[in-house]
Ligand binder design. Structure first.
Ligand SMILES: O=C(O)CCC(=O)C(=O)O
Length: 206
């Protein structure tokens, strides 16, 4: 496995091959049937995100007028999130370098025109554990900076099967998705890109 570096984060191009990607998408379809995508809203303003989301795992990340948070149930169905697919648990074990398992797998769906502004991942009580992010489907321009908003950034195009690990100094790096290169892959039913972000939420010893 080749490990490169982007903006201080670990960048693992081609971590999953085409057959592993297809198998994972098939498993995700079952999870999505149980926990359908919903459209989060911005705190206070209620402005809808361009990205749709769902989650797997004991906890899931949600956002609405009352703020960002993790919760054990889907905000629309009220049902617990489905389990994190086994191949993702294995990836965490092999790649994240953290002894405790992930508690949340955020599933971001980018259809045409969706993007994600620069932000830090800081809703977790455990900011020591890494964040493992995997791309599936259309390629996307990922932007990453330092820990100060407005500082210098750089970008890299993430292809299907690529992963990024935010860890150490990059754990709190500002990052986001400038744009998705629509039609660059046929992996996702209905088109677009899925990003899977595995996180610890509650404290664990590193
Ligand atoms: O889609 C991506 O690659 C990034 C997702 C992300 O930054 C997040 O969910 O916090």
């Amino acid at each position: 496995m080749t490990a490169l570096e982007v903006g201080g984060a670990r960048y693992l191009p081609g971590l999953l091959d085409a057959s592993a990607q297809a198998a994972l998408v098939a498993e995700l379809q079952a999870a999505i049937a149980e926990a359908p995508f919903f459209r989060p809203r911005m705190p206070r303003t209620g402005k809808p995100f361009s990205v749709e989301m769902t989650n797997c795992g004991p906890l899931g990340w949600v956002s609405d007028e009352t703020g960002y948070r993790y919760q054990p149930c889907h905000p629309v169905t009220g049902r617990p999130w489905p389990a994190i697919p086994a191949p993702l648990m294995d990836l965490w074990k092999n790649v994240a370098g953290w002894p405790a398992p992930p508690q949340a797998c955020l599933v971001n769906l980018y259809r045409a025109g969706a993007r994600m502004g620069l932000h830090q991942d800081r809703d977790e009580a455990d900011l020591g554990a890494p964040v493992l992010s995997l791309s599936l489907g259309d390629s996307a321009v990922f932007r990453i900076g330092g820990t100060t908003r407005g500082g210098p950034t750089r970008s890299v195009t993430l292809a299907s099967g690529d992963a990024v690990v935010l860890e150490g100094a990059s754990r709190l790096a500002f990052h986001g998705i400038d744009r998705v290169l629509a039609g660059s892959s046929r992996l996702i039913p209905g088109g677009g890109r899925i990003n899977l972000t595995l996180r610890r939420v509650t404290p664990s010893a590193g």
